[in-house]
Design a protein around this ligand. Sequence first.
Ligand code: ADP
Length: 388
Amino acid sequence: RCVFQRSLCSIHQPLQLPHLPATTPLCLSLDAVADAVNANTNQLHNANQRSNLALGNLQEGVLAVDDQSRVLLANQAVHEHLELANEPYLYRPFLEVVRVPLLTEIVQHVLSRGTPREETGEIGTHARALRILGRPLPLGNGCNGVLITIRDETLLKRIDAVRKDFIANASHELKTPLAAIRAYAETLQMGALDDREAAEKFVASIISQADRIDGLVKGMLQLTRVESNSALKMEAFDAAEALEPCLTAARAMSLSKSIQLELQLPEHPLIIQSDRDGFQTIASNLLSNAVRYTPEGGKVQISLTETPQHCVLSVTDNGIGIREADLERIFERFYRAEKGRSSDTGGTGLGLSIVKHLINALGGSVTATSQLQSGSCFEVRLPLPTRR
Ligand code: ADP
């Protein structure tokens, strides 16, 4: 009994043995002890399974190293974050298993100084941004190992970079018209006010720059709303009917440039399940781009058709076209293929980004094809309601 008790205690926890009178025959005593050992082993096994399950499902990597730098534990997240080879690691030297200099530094620091250390680094073939914290891990008998936790902050960093980029772009876009307004106002102040003709020109320019700022602010607000998906209201409506106000606005724009609008609309109602405002924003942005980027006397074709699963809106122009290198980027915020020309035509670089976000939120897709100096075609597919 003593031998059993001592051997088990040394491994895990005190063994709960049944109390037996001294006169109990040896065979009965051994049976009782064997039962107790079995029960204890099962308990340990279950506890072990529970902690493995919990550790295995953590998104945070957990790695433990003993005072000899041998690996005691590494959960699944550690394997993923550090891209470890799929081979046994238990009790192997840490340096053999994890060949990441930053981690080695942290382990050595904690083992030699006994104080925590936290670092962030870009690690692995995918350059993940990992935040690594090493802390002393008491192992008994005054020995300390190292407990390392690893958090993947790649997504957070990317979001932060997008946010900074957005602020930088937005301030840059706002700065240009503001500087122009200031320059026109100063010129007026310095004497141009007395020259009626010049003054009228400057005031008109101030109004046009203020309109540009207004367009930018509206675009940014719309993009923020679209990104948060909060404004979508899904309902069934006729796509051709919803397109009508967008066509009216496009006709007005195209008149001043003598651009011919060609329509191909379905003969029967084309009912879609979507967000009406969103659909109209998509159509208006594509139509206004087609007219803005098509020179005088050009042609814009609009068609609304259906396939078994989709409503297809396509807007084709024979305008200035888009270079192949730009075509990949035109859906990015603030991206303009031709900066000068776009701002001349009142462009903000936000229209297609709004279109893309809306289409994604509505479960559809958009493709753009174009050839420089020949024209462009934007095709939007939105899902039709499932028929019973
Ligand atoms: P913008 O307000 O500048 O037009 P968009 O996001 O709507 O911004 O479009 C991004 C860029 O894509 C535009 O600056 C322009 O260079 C290009 N583009 C979009 N539509 C067309 C088109 N139909 N023809 C030629 N270029 C286009």
